[in-house]
Structures are given as C-alpha cells and as structure tokens.
Ligand binder design. Structure first.
Ligand SMILES: [Ca+2]
Ligand SMILES: [Ca+2]
Length: 345
C-alpha cells in the first residue's frame, strides 16, 4: 500500500527586523480577511503583486457597503494599533487604465457599488487611473498609479478560514508578564504576523490539544466558536494560541513511492504561495539529520526532483522545503516523500 504523508510542519522561526508592517482584520459580515500594509510604500502594480506573493487574493475589492464598513473597522483598528490617527491613503484594487472613466476591480469586475469622495474621480492631470482609499473620510479617490502608497490586501473566506486542517499551523505562546486578556492575546499574535487561532471545528481543537504539553494545566486564549480552551473559566489565562494567517501549502505531484531500478523519477513540488521551493535528500542515519540537495529544477514556487536512472542508492526520505516571509520573519515549511527503489526481478 502506498501512503504519503503530507505534513506541513514548522521547523524554524527567525525573528528579524520587521520591514513589512501589517494590520489584519476579519470582516464581521462577509468573513473576508483584510490586511493593511504600510512597511514599504509601493506603486499600484507592485502593491498588487505583493498581495499575491503574500498569499492574498488581490488588492481589496470594495463591492458593497458592508465592505465599506469592514474597511472602516480595519482602518480604525490600524490607527489604534499604530497610534497614527492622521491621514492614510492606501491603494485599493480598482483602475480605469484600460478605458478612461470605466472603473473595474482587478479581476475585471465592474465597479457597481461606489463610494467616491466629492468631485472624484477627476482624472487630475489626465493621469489618475488607480483607486485609493482616503482615511479617515473613508471615501475613494483616483490617483496616479505610480504613487508609492500603503495598500490593502484581502482574501475571501473560502481560503481565508477554510483551508485544510493539515495546512493550518498553530503555536502556543505565553504572555511576557504573566496573565493577559483575550484582546492582548489578539494583538500579541498580530505583532508576530499571526492571528489568534480561529476555532471553527473540532479538528482544530484536537490539533491544538495534540500540540500542547499533556501535563500542562494551563488554559489558552483562542478565537472563533470558543474564547479559550483547557480552562474552566476564560479569565486570568497566561497562554494563547496563534495561527498563521495564510499557511503555505506544499503539494508533491506524485503519490507514487515505489520504483524499480532504472526508472525515471520526476516529482514536482508546488507551493501555494510564490516562494523558493527546494528538494532535499536525507543522507546517513535518520538521527544524523543530514539533508543534501539532489538534482532538481527550481522555478518560482516549484521544484522538480529529477532522478534519471534510479538505483537503490536513491531509496531515501526526501523533503520539499519552502520559506515564507511575513513581518520580517521567515517560516520554514516542509513536506516529506519516501522513495523506495526495488531491484529488478
Ligand atoms: Ca483615469
Ligand atoms: Ca483624483
């Protein structure tokens, strides 16, 4: 029987200088997740690309007044978070550059719901083809696409909150100074580029419970259908559980582990987020933990393991790894495939 375990695991977290500041909020009505980025100001095209590279759908599409309200919540939260209550003008995902005056959201969705500021869009100097949000007015302006601005990314709930349990990563953390509130737990997760774990199924509870020290009697703050786990009362807790917002998924192309000597083996490993992906082969005893780079073809977001004429020496555990950078931290993910090369009969 062929069994492949696809386990995304977290095996390294490096803390480095944050250079991509972000603030997230979950839309109360739509379930969309929004992220405001202000670490590096980008032109419209680079902002759009940055959203996609980070695993978001795109720059935000504000297609209803519900989303206007959710964006207001995001911006109010970001102001509180940064202490900056002044003027912000982040890019949103709309342009009229293909046809002057015909505004569209990036996926060619016509702009029906409108929230323009007074006198906008005015195509000032005949050179304003990209949309921005003007805060705290919370209305839109058309602006030069080459301006460098903060930007708002979004993700719809299908992938924001319902990604496979295998790919969701949770980490239990302790408050620096003893006890803390759920609100402090939320902001502590955000500070390291995570969110307070969203409990939306029993599987999530099982996964978190399996990752805690079984002897621990400590309760944890979470979000979602429960406010805390492992505690009689949700108060005075010293720990909380953070969750990666967009866990990176790695998918090997082949479910086939068994080969014969002389076979050609090609296994692609594809990442759900644009990142550098690479195969490694385990050498020596498993406890030595030595990983070497085998022959492979590396492209953005994908690596293809190539074994041209397999020998029994190629029998080994292989891992496909990728890194995701978020708020100046690098998180490493891996998925494993065991290859067995059998002698000819
Ligand atoms: Ca225009
Ligand atoms: Ca304008």
């Amino acid at each position: 029987m062929i069994v492949i375990r696809i386990a995304a695991i977290l095996f390294g977290v490096n803390f480095a200088q944050a250079d991509d500041y972000t603030y997230w909020s979950l839309g109360a009505t739509t379930g969309n997740l929004y992220g405001l980025y202000w670490g590096s100001y980008l032109s419209y095209g680079y902002g759009e690309q940055s959203c996609k590279d980070k695993g978001w759908k795109n720059l935000v599409y504000i297609t209803s007044y519900h989303i206007d309200n959710e964006i207001a919540d995001l911006m109010l939260g970001a102001a509180d978070y940064t202490g900056d209550y002044g003027y912000w003008s982040p890019f949103i995902g709309m342009t009229d550059y293909s046809h002057e005056g015909w505004w569209k959201w990036n996926d060619d969705i016509p702009v029906v719901h409108q929230n323009w500021g007074p006198g906008q869009p005015d195509n000032h100097r005949r050179n304003e083809d990209c949309g921005s949000l003007e805060w705290p007015m919370n209305w839109w302006n058309d602006i030069d696409c080459g301006e460098r601005l903060p930007y708002i990314c979004f993700q719809e709930p299908s992938t924001a909150s319902r990604s496979s349990i295998d790919n969701r990563l949770f980490s239990i953390r302790n408050f620096d100074g003893g006890k803390g509130t759920q609100e402090l737990a939320r902001s502590s997760c955000k500070k390291v580029g995570l969110r307070l774990a969203v409990v939306d199924s029993d599987e999530v509870i099982t996964k978190i419970e399996n990752s805690r020290n079984p002897n621990s009697k400590v309760g944890y703050w979470v979000d979602g259908t429960h406010n805390c786990l492992n505690a009689d009362k949700c108060e005075g807790l010293t720990s909380y559980v953070c969750e990666d917002v967009f866990p990176l998924a790695l998918e090997p192309s082949s479910q086939d582990e068994d080969y014969m000597v002389g076979d050609t083996i090609k296994i692609e490993c594809t990442s759900s987020v644009v990142s550098t992906v690479k195969w490694q082969k385990q050498e020596g005893a498993p406890t030595d933990n030595i990983w070497m780079d085998p022959l492979q073809n590396i492209e953005p977001g994908k690596a293809t393991l190539i074994i041209k004429s397999a020998t029994q020496d190629d029998s080994a555990k292989y891992r496909c790894t990728a890194n995701k950078d978020i708020i100046g931290q690098s998180r490493a993910y891996a998925t494993f495939v065991n290859i067995r090369v059998h002698p000819e009969k």
